[in-house]
Write a protein that binds this ligand. Structure first.
Ligand SMILES: [Cu+2]
Length: 274
């Protein structure tokens, strides 16, 4: 064997035995920090199964959801998200941390397709202005996963909540403690899962009455977290710790047809956690 041949041989052998890229043991973890009125986040993240760790060191409650659309520019996304009424048909929200109160945090997981996204917060300030109008919008690019990348295993869930037009279906009653909830949107449109604690003595009827009165005065509910936005046919995971009490499962997404929040169409359900 000549030296040249030996080299080729070595190259071939090395090529054959090069280990395959190791399968990730879990989702890619991305930290988003929400304050008044801005997000701290990376500019670019890879596509694939992603966990958003949302921290709120601010004073007001915040949310953080990713809004995109296939082939859409940042300018197109920004113009669409500042408009009121029904959301554009092309809009996609693959992941989002529901309302997180001051000093709290949230963990949500979902598969992120590549594209341009805005990280957004629509929670209103005490003056009624949604945070997005105060500048709470940040661009983030999700880049395509490298060829041959191995998908991370899905989180293990102990309960499934299915979102429908216009209801929630829970596979097994929620109990006190920490749960990873598998959230499935069976469509036919975008929905969300917001978990709200009812104030002592209050019921879903008080919530409806509060809405009917223009949401004035002390709200009968306080959000404890949720999965903000989930495209139809998609699945996400919400890890949350719940304490005993009366709660609402709620959806505030504006309807695709009339622009009214989904709870107006009946997508609000009272549950008791013990
Ligand atoms: Cu909904």
């Amino acid at each position: 064997m000549t030296l040249r041949h030996a080299c080729c041989f070595l190259v071939i052998v090395t090529g054959c035995t090069r280990p395959k890229p190791a399968a990730p043991t879990g989702p890619n973890v991305v930290t988003i920090t929400a304050t008044e009125y801005a997000f701290g986040a990376p500019d670019t993240i890879p596509a694939g199964l992603t966990t958003l760790r949302m921290l709120n060191p601010g004073r007001e409650p915040h949310q953080a959801f990713l809004a995109g659309g296939q082939g859409k520019s940042f300018a197109e996304l920004e113009a669409a998200m500042m408009k009121e009424g029904p959301l554009p048909e092309w809009l996609t929200i693959p992941i989002g941390a529901g309302v997180v109160v001051s000093g709290d945090s949230s963990i949500v997981t979902a598969n992120l397709p590549p594209g341009n996204y805005l990280i957004l917060c629509f929670i209103p300030s005490p003056d009624g202005t949604p945070h997005v109008a105060k500048g709470m919008s940040r661009r983030i690019v999700v880049t395509a996963a490298p060829a041959g990348a191995v998908a991370a295993p899905e989180p293990k869930a102990d309960v499934t909540i299915t979102l429908n037009d216009y209801s929630f279906t829970t596979s097994t009653p929620l109990t006190a403690g920490t749960h990873t909830i598998r959230v499935e949107n069976s469509g036919p449109q975008l929905h969300e899962l917001t978990i709200e604690r009812l104030a002592p003595g209050k019921t879903v009827a008080d919530f409806r009455q509060w809405v009917a009165s223009g949401m004035r005065g002390t709200p009968p509910v306080a959000s404890v977290g949720g999965f903000a936005g989930l495209d139809k046919g998609k699945v996400g995971w919400l890890t949350i710790t719940l304490t005993p009490g009366n709660y609402l499962l709620n959806c505030y997404v504006p309807d695709a047809k009339d622009g009214k929040p989904h709870f107006v169409h009946g997508m609000v359900q009272q549950i008791t956690i013990s």
